[in-house]
Design a protein around this ligand. Structure first.
Ligand SMILES: NC(=O)c1ccc[n+]([C@@H]2O[C@H](COP(=O)([O-])OP(=O)(O)OC[C@H]3O[C@@H](n4cnc5c(N)ncnc54)[C@H](OP(=O)(O)O)[C@@H]3O)[C@@H](O)[C@H]2O)c1
Length: 306
């Protein structure tokens, strides 16, 4: 079993690599999370938006009952979605209930834009639902969750540099983590530098560039030189990409529903890319490679990716 390595920053003890859970559904989803625990994963990235907190909770609680892990060995991330910016406490309480835990380890403000609430099932905003509510007002409510014991830590996701600095400057409780898109095809080093200066840990989503076998994308997984680098270490190109995240001092959270890939993705702590290899991987960066643009929110003045 691959032991998860711990990454310590701002007093936060968090595994150096975790499992994404987006798109995991039903029995296969439950099995994938159990397989991940068996493979050594101790960090799980979840969100209300993914509509699967219940299956993540089921898998984790079954593994706890089986005696495989204890609750305090698992780090669970939950996220507040834009329709719940006026009902932060209820959203977090219900997330904890679905995850079958008393509290989450980290609760993130998923995106800096608020949307009109219709009901919990209408997650995606229509044009008129995109609001200009100030995310600082939401952050104040997030801070209360720590005092209520519903989350141990709070953080943000998908904020730009200006927004992150503003939260940092105006908050009583500073964000502990920032979850952003990061992979060799899309690296934001100025944002990473800011996070380092502010002592904010960075979690990398889509660390495999949301691999698509049919389209042979992203390029960095199919490039012949990356293939050569992978062969040199007896690894796959996916492992090289994940190692690139680890060496960039960010915490990758690859998603896989496949047992063999889950094992493969956590097996990245026994080799080291050279500086030249890291530099080569950096060349894949292109602004056009950004995957998660949240197009539906562009109307808001708080849309982060203008
Ligand atoms: N904060 C945010 O706004 C935000 C946005 C997007 C994502 N996320 C989080 O980040 C997680 C990861 O992002 P993602 O799922 O979009 O993309 P990703 O992890 O970059 O890629 C997932 C895709 O890669 C495949 N894959 C996994 N391991 C592989 C391997 N070793 N070799 C080849 N292919 C492999 C998976 O297929 P199989 O499942 O079939 O193995 C899946 O199709 C999400 O699950 C979610 O938890 C957060």
């Amino acid at each position: 079993m691959a032991a998860p390595v711990h990454y310590l920053n701002n007093n936060l003890k968090i595994p150096a690599l975790g499992a994404g859970t987006g798109k995991l559904k039903g029995e296969t989803g439950v099995q994938a999370i159990k397989d991940a625990i068996d493979a050594g994963y101790r960090l799980f990235d979840t969100a209300f938006l993914y509509g699967n907190e219940d299956i993540v909770g089921q898998a984790i609680s079954e593994k706890i009952t089986e005696g495989v892990v204890k609750r305090d060995e698992i780090f669970i991330i939950g996220k507040l979605w834009g329709i719940h910016h006026d009902q932060v406490e209820r959203a977090c309480r219900e997330t904890c209930q679905r995850l079958k835990v008393d509290n989450v380890d980290l609760y993130l403000l998923h995106f800096p834009v608020s949307f009109t609430f219709h009901n919990d099932s209408e997650k995606w905003p229509k044009d008129d639902d995109v609001l200009d509510k100030d995310y600082m007002d939401v952050w104040v409510e997030m801070e209360k969750l720590v005092h209520l014991g519903l989350t141990k830590n709070i953080g943000v996701s998908n904020f730009n540099e200006k927004q992150l600095e503003r939260v940092y400057r105006l908050s009583n409780l500073k964000p502990k983590c920032h979850e952003i898109e990061f992979h060799p095809g899309f690296t934001r080093y100025s944002l990473l530098k800011l996070c380092r200066e502010l002592n904010i840990s960075v979690i990398a989503y889509c660390p495999l560039g949301r691999h698509k076998l049919e389209k042979q994308e992203p390029k960095f997984l199919y490039d012949s030189k990356v293939q050569e680098i992978a062969e040199k270490y007896n690894k796959t190109t996916a492992q090289v990409a994940l190692r690139f995240s680890v060496q960039s001092n960010v915490i990758p959270i690859p998603k896989s529903a496949t047992k063999s890939r889950l094992k493969e993705n956590i097996d990245v702590f026994n080799f080291q890319l050279t500086e030249d290899e890291v530099s080569y991987l950096k060349n894949f960066h292109d602004e056009a490679n950004q995957i998660c643009l949240f197009h539906f929110a562009t109307r808001s003045e708080h849309y982060p990716f203008k």
